[in-house]
Design a protein around this ligand. Structure first.
Ligand SMILES: C[S@@+](CC[C@H](N)C(=O)[O-])C[C@H]1O[C@@H](n2cnc3c(N)ncnc32)[C@H](O)[C@@H]1O
Ligand SMILES: [Zn+2]
Ligand SMILES: [Zn+2]
Length: 389
């Protein structure tokens, strides 16, 4: 374990996230946002050889695995992965010299079951050590193929988490409008991944107000209505060229953190400050005439509104943020903290800083730690005053 960054609002540790998570202080994590490596998709290059011959290149230990590139997020990345694929993945022992390979990497396990167990036990550790009671945990996973057969690992993972005691409260489909074309002609091309939202308590933090979306009416140019965030997220992929792996687009952690990570947490009782919102619903015909949503009378369901739910669209709803909940502790607050145990190129930490949350990151690959350090230091550090209010 190595401490790479220790800023006021961001700590980065290099090492195996399963070991690092065991050392989290109690109630130090309010939200987890992460994208673990997908099973058998690529080698992040963290393995080392022990024993055997110094001269041997261990090349025969390269397995000729057929990679599935369907999850690549751009043709450019697909090309890179293609290049990786010619080298294949490693087996545990070199057939030439007998050297043994050790690797703490998640995603390179010998079987999908072992992979899933590793993931579930990681999240179990986080829950036992640092996770706050009101925390939300967001896990982005894509599926992969084994000889033309879909493995179904994202849902296997989600159900194993449930067996392990988690509350699964949402499956989100990340819809990738701009997904890479595939050449496979026997099935529809992949252009989605999953984001699972887990909690441990039904009293979890969720700022629905902050992630409201413009309604379809606004999209059609009819005014200013908002609707609640839905379960299909249309997020364009972004290519980050410095890292040769799938980084997620910033809007993805942005949504999870905005909704699922409190801005302030009481230092004494550990309760997050929750938003007080007043909702008002009013007949449109009762709005002032100058209001863009005003209608002269109740209108025909067949022509306007949703014919499935008569009366829908006749009322106009508005929510007003009134302030934040307060406990009686008077002991001050800390900012909410996001953990990403597979930080990769650092996207979660960058977004956390932009959203005024603290972040903790783990990453096994030293080279990526360098990338994260550079990327996060390009953003201005926050002052101490801003960190603890
Ligand atoms: C899919 S990438 C994460 C990408 C990240 N969401 C981003 O936007 O850059 C997964 C990362 O997990 C790292 N990793 C794999 N096994 C790990 C382990 N046991 N502990 C910590 N990090 C690990 C890999 O090196 C890789 O950088
Ligand atoms: Zn060898
Ligand atoms: Zn309190």
């Amino acid at each position: 374990m190595k401490t790479i960054v220790r800023d006021r609002d961001f700590a980065l540790y290099q090492g195996d996230c399963r070991e690092l998570a065991a050392g989290l202080p109690p109630n130090s994590v309010d939200c987890v946002v992460t994208s673990p490596p997908y099973y058998g998709l690529r080698d992040y290059g963290t393995g080392t050889w022990h024993g055997g011959s110094e001269e041997c290149s261990h090349r025969s230990a390269r397995k000729k695995t057929r990679f599935d590139y369907s999850l690549a997020t751009s043709p450019k990345q697909a090309g890179r992965e293609g290049a990786d694929a010619s080298t294949g993945m490693w087996s545990g022992e070199c057939p030439d010299c007998g050297a043994l390979r050790s690797d703490n990497q998640v995603g390179m396990e010998r079987s999908p079951e072992e992979y899933l167990n590793n993931l579930v036990s990681l999240f179990g550790t986080i829950r036992q050590t640092g996770l706050a009671n009101s925390a939300t945990v967001w896990v982005n996973l894509g599926d992969s193929y084994d000889k033309g057969r879909l493995r179904g690992l994202p849902w296997k993972f989600a159900l194993l988490m449930v067996e392990d005691g988690w509350r699964l409260v949402r499956d989100v489909i990340w819809y990738k409008r701009d997904a890479v074309p595939e050449s496979v002609k026997t099935r529809p091309t992949t252009n989605h991944e999953y984001i699972f939202m887990f909690t441990t308590s039904k009293d979890h933090y969720y700022d629905w107000y902050a992630v409201r979306q413009d309604s379809a009416n606004v999209e059609k140019g009819w005014g200013t209505e908002k609707r609640l965030l839905r379960s299909v997220w249309d997020i364009p992929t972004e290519v980050y060229t410095e890292a040769h792996f799938a980084t997620f687009p910033k809007s993805l952690p942005e949504m999870c953190i905005t909704a699922g990570c409190p801005q302030r947490v009481c230092l004494v009782c550990g309760e997050p400050q929750r938003r007080n919102v007043e909702s008002r619903s009013i007949e449109r015909m009762d709005l002032p005439r100058s209001h863009p949503q005003w209608r002269p009378r109740r209108y025909d369901n067949g022509k306007a509104g949703d014919p499935q739910s008569p009366g829908a669209g006749q009322r106009y709803s508005e929510a007003e943020h009134l302030g934040w909940s307060k406990c009686d502790c008077n002991g001050g607050f800390r900012r909410g903290t996001v953990l990403d145990p597979f930080l990769g190129s650092g996207t979660t930490a960058i977004v956390a800083r932009e959203l005024n949350r603290n972040a903790i990151g783990y990453e096994l690959n030293e080279e990526y730690c360098g990338i994260i350090q550079r990327r996060t230091s390009q953003l201005n550090l926050v002052s101490e005053q801003e960190v603890i209010l």
